[in-house]
Design a binder for this molecule. Structure first.
Ligand code: DPP
Ligand code: ZN
Length: 844
């Protein structure tokens, strides 16, 4: 496969003045007629008239009304073009029914839908399918379906046809079309300047009672973007469509967002608290793209983080405002460490702005999205809130309607603050997670904190320069009072010291408050000091972090030395969990164990070979010891945290239920599942039903409930995904692979549905001890399924290959077993470009 480089960027030699498309829909033979006005650019370096096009049957092509015969390859066509403005017309035939890759125009449960980001539009018609080519689109759809939708505003419709016009120039990746027998959940929104906007969530009949929450989230998002960023919606209508078969979470197509149904449909009976929160965040994310992504888009796909990092940052601000900022921050860091740190410290490590790729679909990663958002957060911390607001306002003023780069983004900050951001820009160009070694010293009233930064090598980048790192620090006195409020230290050198004067005694530092930078702190400290911070730190992130570190160290000692669970930590933990004055969501987070993958990575970095079974056993022993130590208080805690009354997905209730779920899982270790069985029987919402079933399955007591769950929900695809996933997630290590294999043979397992595939295979990969269980049955099963899926859906296959990205952590036997599987994938005939790139990178 060919590698594409950022340095080779060349603008397209033609401007597109307008696009007219007509679709004659038919499942196996849809005709797409295009009429596109081009103006040659006289100064263009490359004057070749090349249009992308893949898997298209060209019926006819004309330039200025005269038939032409372009040279067609599997990638597209070239044709002699006039030097004056001209009209290109083409008719092509495509097969939506046969499109299992779910890129371009495809069918899902009888409805037509599209996914064009990143390069799907070239599977719809011949076009310069690159984000820097922007144009207005007019679309006519002809078909028998009741609902025919495209981007922009509706301009006319009748029996069997509809027309749409999008006045905002956009790249082809934001094109969308939907046709189906759909039902809408309508509402309206009046923008701050008084524009009345029609809102709809379109779903398949039967799902109309699952739209209200998504609609509320949309309205909240529209209002929030006006209030916080001053950004207003810009069309007469905003449509969201729920689709069952979708490779990603959702897509921000202009005026016509298309959502994986799992990311929009919500009801108390079928969705958990976590689903509700995620749906609210994704609706906001896609809506916010209307400005950060659509009005200002990316010049090329190397700049993907320009829209994604910023939009993730914006949606996290939104969630913080709607819910609890400190809970959101802690959850985001757990997620960052779980997914992004694993990526950044393994063979798939890449820059926030990559400089080369083979398949762009492989770069919709935690690094581009989540680390990209962290970079924005650091920038805001460095320049301050007011300067951030000013710079962002300048960004919209200067670049509205353009396709931009990271340089454009940084320039508005340089121009509005006068700051030199050249060193900061290394966050975009250097991969890898920086380590900061912290040492301190106290003498004569002066406290000195010394920070030393370094970043390990990553593929293609052996040496790294020091970056600018904002390190938020506060100091506590021996009695637990704060003696210095949070201050942001700017670490710019490889090694740098910061002093605090006028202190009467040696303080206890609270370093990297709010997780002010995506780095790994290395600091030799005592458990006593961690326990002190857990009890006293005024920064809730660092308070949680102190507990998290204690939890990790205790488990590591159990794994390495066969130690018993740390008694002091257990005491501190129990005190905290019982402390009713603390937010239940926070108590739940403190109680949540460090992930087994995180422990494996930490052990690996300290020079040990992690044994997934030993890590699992330590987690079990720890939980059992904790449950036994809390024998007397668990029933009371369970009762106190049980939420009474009608279900509401609000943050306070959800936090309480989350704590209740953790208490239940401890209780189940003592009562053999009695309470969980009662909770299951009484459940009137999915959060508590799911939690009870999980506890029972974990205790190997849930066979009966699993069957009733199936009987109750077999008609609901999204709940069935939970049923498939939960069984594998809760399976004991020795049984996980076998169970997953049985489930792939279940009548309702459908490899072509990405949600279902991920429910089973994703859960297996996440069940660390099960996936890595001795013998390698998990590896073989995953690989068999990846190879089978690649022929149907390369994008989802390639993404799931990341399950192997941590393979170098493990012992020779496991590495050998995994290598065999990776080589088996690599050796598959007609392997997709997506999967081939991933496997090659993981193997190297
Ligand atoms: N651009 C989409 C999103 O991140 C992914 N295709 O929302
Ligand atoms: Zn996005």
């Amino acid at each position: 496969p060919q590698t594409i480089y950022l340095k080779d960027y060349t603008p397209f030699g033609f401007q597109v003045d307008s696009v007219h498309l007509t679709f004659h829909l038919s499942p196996k033979a849809t005709r797409v007629v295009s009429r596109i006005e081009f103006t040659p650019q006289p100064d263009a370096k490359d004057k070749t008239f090349f249009l992308h096009g893949e898997q298209l049957k060209l019926i006819a092509a004309k330039i200025d009304g005269q038939p032409v015969s372009p040279a067609v390859t599997p990638q597209g066509l070239t044709c002699d073009a006039p030097t004056e403005p001209f009209v290109w017309e083409a008719e092509v035939e495509i097969n939506p029914q046969g499109n299992t890759a779910l890129e371009g125009l495809y069918m899902s449960n009888g409805m037509y839908c599209t996914q064009c980001e990143a390069e799907g539009f070239r599977k719809i018609t011949f076009y310069p399918d690159r984000p820097d080519v922007m144009s207005t689109f007019t679309v006519r759809i002809e078909g028998d379906e009741k609902v025919l939708l495209s981007n922009g505003n509706p301009t006319g419709s009748g029996e069997g046809w509809a027309e749409w016009h999008d006045p905002w120039p956009k790249p082809a990746y934001l094109f969308a079309l939907v046709a189906g027998d759909l039902i809408n959940h309508p509402d309206r929104f009046t923008t701050k300047s008084g524009k009345d906007v029609e809102l709809n969530i379109w779903v398949r009949p039967g799902d109309e009672d699952k739209c209200a929450f998504g609609m509320e989230a949309l309205i909240k998002s529209m209002k929030w973007d006006e209030d916080v960023y001053g950004l207003e919606y810009d069309l007469d209508i905003f449509n969201i469509v729920a689709v069952d078969d979708f490779n990603m979470g959702a897509m921000e197509n202009k005026g016509l967002n298309i959502f994986n149904s799992s990311c929009v449909l919500a009801s108390p009976e079928t969705s958990t608290d976590a689903n509700f929160e995620r749906i609210e965040a994704i609706i906001a994310h896609e809506y916010f793209h209307n400005w950060t992504g659509n009005r200002i888009t990316c010049r090329d796909w190397f700049q993907l983080c320009l829209k994604e990092g910023l939009t993730v940052y914006r949606d996290s601000q939104f969630t913080s405002d709607m819910r609890s900022a400190s809970v959101k921050r802690i959850s985001d860091v757990i997620d960052l460490r779980g997914r992004q740190f694993a990526e950044d410290n393994g063979p798939l490590a890449h820059q926030v702005r990559p400089e080369s790729f083979q398949e762009i679909n492989n770069f919709y990663t935690a690094t581009i999205y989540e680390k990209g958002a962290e970079v924005i957060g650091m920038l805001k911390r460095l320049v301050g809130d007011d300067a951030y607001a000013k710079a962002v306002a300048l960004y919209f003023e200067r670049h509205d309607g353009q396709a931009c780069t990271i340089e454009d983004w940084l320039q508005v900050f340089e121009d509005s603050t006068g700051r030199d951001l050249s060193q900061f820009s290394k966050w975009y160009s250097q991969a890898g997670t920086p380590r900061i070694k912290v040492t301190d010293d106290y003498a004569d009233g002066t406290y000195t904190l010394t920070l030393e930064q370094s970043t390990p090598p990553t593929p293609g980048q052996p040496d790294k320069d020091p970056r600018v790192i904002p390190v938020a620090v506060g100091l506590l006195g021996q009695n637990g009072d704060e003696v210095r409020e949070t201050e942001v230290l700017e670490l710019t050198e490889a090694k740098q010291s910061f002093t605090f004067e006028g202190l009467s005694a040696k303080p206890i530092p609270s370093v990297l408050r709010e997780f002010s930078a995506p780095v790994i702190l290395e600091r030799e400290t005592t458990n006593a000091e961690r326990a002190f911070l857990l009890a006293h730190d005024s920064d809730s992130f660092n308070r949680w972090e102190a507990g998290n570190t204690l939890a990790k160290e205790s488990r590591i000692a159990m794994v390495l030395d066969g130690a018993a669970p740390d008694a002091d930590y257990l005491d501190a933990l129990i005190k905290l969990v019982r402390d009713d004055s603390l937010d239940p969501a926070f108590r739940s987070l403190v109680l949540s164990p460090p992930s087994q993958s995180d422990l494996a990575q930490t052990l690996f970095e300290r020079g040990h070979t992690p044994d997934p079974q030993a890590i699992y056993d330590a987690a079990e022993t720890f939980a059992q010891t904790l449950a036994e130590a809390m024998t007397d208080s668990l029933p009371r805690l369970y009762a106190d945290t049980t939420v009474q009354g009608d279900y509401s997905p609000d943050a306070a209730s959800a936090g309480k239920r989350d704590l209740n779920t953790r208490i239940l899982s401890l209780l189940t270790r003592l009562d053999g599942g009695d309470q969980a069985a009662r909770q299951y029987a009484d459940a009137d919402n999915m959060t508590v039903q799911n939690a009870a079933l999980a506890s029972l399955l974990k205790a190997e007591k849930g066979a009966e409930q699993s069957q009733t769950f199936f009987d109750q929900w077999q008609g609901d695809r999204l709940v069935m995904d939970k049923w498939f996933g939960l069984q594998v997630a809760c399976a004991a290590p020795a049984k996980a692979a076998g169970l997953a294999e049985d489930l792939t043979k279940h009548a309702l397992f459908d490899m072509k549905n990405p949600n279902r595939f991920r429910a089973v295979m994703g859960a297996l990969a996440m069940n660390q001890a099960g996936f890595h269980y001795a013998g390698g049955a998990g590896y073989k099963l995953l690989t068999d399924n990846l190879i089978a899926l690649d022929a149907l859906n390369p994008q989802t296959t390639a993404r799931m290959c990341a399950a192997y990205q941590t393979w170098k952590r493990y012992d020779d036997t496991r590495q050998g077993l995994i290598r065999t599987q990776l080589e088996r994938i690599a050796g598959t005939e007609n392997l997709s470009r997506d999967t081939s790139e991933m496997v090659t990178r993981i193997l190297n």
